[in-house]
Ligand binder design. Structure first.
Ligand code: PLP
Length: 418
């Protein structure tokens, strides 16, 4: 055994989360470093998928809306997520996608700020594109006199709040940057924004289920997140919305569908909103997907987010040590922060052949992903990865870099989804 293998083995033996792998249903001999993009299947979710289709839908049919409480799923799942993001009960609901949820929240927040004639939605210019697109769409709809996106570099958010705070209605940021894993300080920026009268919307796509969060204590106004990444809800699983309970009474979101009505089954002519977080619901929830997500969330039972964060950092650090020792003089350059406080659970490298390297890794059953133009992204999900997995992945990467295997033509073919 090499020194690194020995260290991996020691770390695995001391790992308090190592038993969690048993709860996942992963293909053999695959090292899955893409839980940050699509979380893997849990055994519990697999069972629920069969149950909800065969028994609930197949046998109980429409009665399941009551007998299996399908109608409450958005709230039940919302409350499970609330516990993972430090939100109080009944302040999170599960519905739609992040994109659609951002539209609802941004519209409602712009409305709240209307009397103040604030016009700008402040965001980071390297935000996940859909966040920026949704703000641009809203600006188109409302006119730039009422709403306009102002995107600046991540390191200019604070100074922009200081300089233009009075013109900003909403600050919309992604907690963890999807490309380089950089983390914003939620409590600090939220406080600064509030001191300027700005409402905050945090996108938790790359932090829910992987970083300790405390939305209530941090006084966050709104948050959105998806559930198919670290929450392992399955492809296209519905997203979630958080709104601070203190704001609920005054909000009016524009997608005023019947599920957000105070009493949907009264079939009233006029919209009268639900006064709870359910006011963010629009149409009929996707029950099969939401049921699978509901079961998937059980993997977080009896695990603290701090324990998950600790192992995530330890995995990151060990993997970086492996890279340093195995591929010391490589053309791979680190594209993420080395500082624990400011990095999520992914390691990103820059390389001109990042796409081909990623394809070569996949051909060796090390599943990573690529983000244009030149980022190789490796996600370390602590609930199903071991330190041995990190070591093995590093040796595969070493082989690919040293042999220059990535130059083979088969690895240059671009797929629709990277
Ligand atoms: C993954 C991701 C999204 C995805 O949005 P959907 O509308 O759910 O497809 C949005 N924002 C960020 C920051 C993401 O990482």
């Amino acid at each position: 055994m090499t020194n690194l293998q020995e260290r991996a083995s020691l770390l695995d033996n001391a790992d308090a989360l190592s038993h969690k792998i048993e709860e996942f249903s992963l293909p053999k001999d695959t090292i899955y470093l893409d839980g940050n993009s699509l979380g893997p299947l849990t055994k519990n979710a697999q069972l629920r998928a069969q149950e909800v289709v065969q028994q609930q839908w197949g046998q109980s049919l429409i009665a399941s809306w009551n007998s299996h409480d399908w109608i409450s799923l958005p709230s039940i799942v919302g409350n499970k997520i609330a516990q993972l993001v430090g939100a109080s009960a009944n302040s999170v609901v599960c519905c739609d996608s992040i994109s659609v949820n951002l539209f609802k929240i941004l519209s409602a927040a712009v409305q709240l700020q209307k009397t103040e004639k604030r016009r700008l939605i402040l965001s980071q210019n390297d935000n996940f594109p859909t966040d920026l697109y949704m703000a641009q769409g809203l600006s188109q709809l409302l006119g730039t006199n009422n709403c306009e996106l102002l995107s600046v570099a991540s390191n200019e958010i604070e100074s922009t709040l200081e300089a233009k705070g009075n013109d900003i209605s909403i600050m919309m940021l992604s907690h963890v940057n999807f490309k380089n894993g950089a983390i914003f300080d939620i409590p600090k920026l939220t406080q600064l924004a509030h001191s300027k009268g700005v409402l905050v919307v945090w996108d938790l796509a790359h932090s829910a289920g992987i970083l300790p969060l405390d939305l209530s204590a941090w006084n966050v106004d709104f948050a959105v997140g998806c559930t198919y990444k670290y929450l392992n809800g399955g492809p296209g699983a519905p997203a979630f919305i958080y709104a601070a309970p203190r704001l609920l009474a005054d909000l009016q979101q524009p997608l005023s569908g019947w599920m957000g009505h105070k009493s949907p089954f009264a079939f009233d002519h006029d919209y009268d909103k639900n006064t709870g977080i359910e006011q963010f619901l629009s149409g009929t929830p996707s029950i099969i997907s939401m049921s699978v997500l509901d079961a998937a969330l059980d993997v977080f039972n009896k695990v603290s987010m701090q324990a998950i964060r600790n192992k995530s950092l330890a995995l990151n650090e060990f993997f970086q040590t492996c890279i340093k020792e195995l591929i010391p003089q490589s053309s791979l350059s680190l594209a993420c922060s080395l500082d624990h406080q400011t990095r999520g659970s992914q390691i990103s490298f820059k390389h001109e052949h990042a796409y081909a390297i990623c394809q070569a890794l996949i051909s060796h059953n090390v599943i990573a992903d690529f983000r244009a133009p030149n980022i190789l992204r490796l996600g370390f999900s602590p609930l199903f990865l071991s330190f041995k997995n990190a070591y093995d992945a590093a040796t595969v990467l070493q082989d690919i870099i040293e042999s220059k295997k990535f130059l083979h033509t088969e690895f240059q073919i671009k797929h629709k989804v990277t």
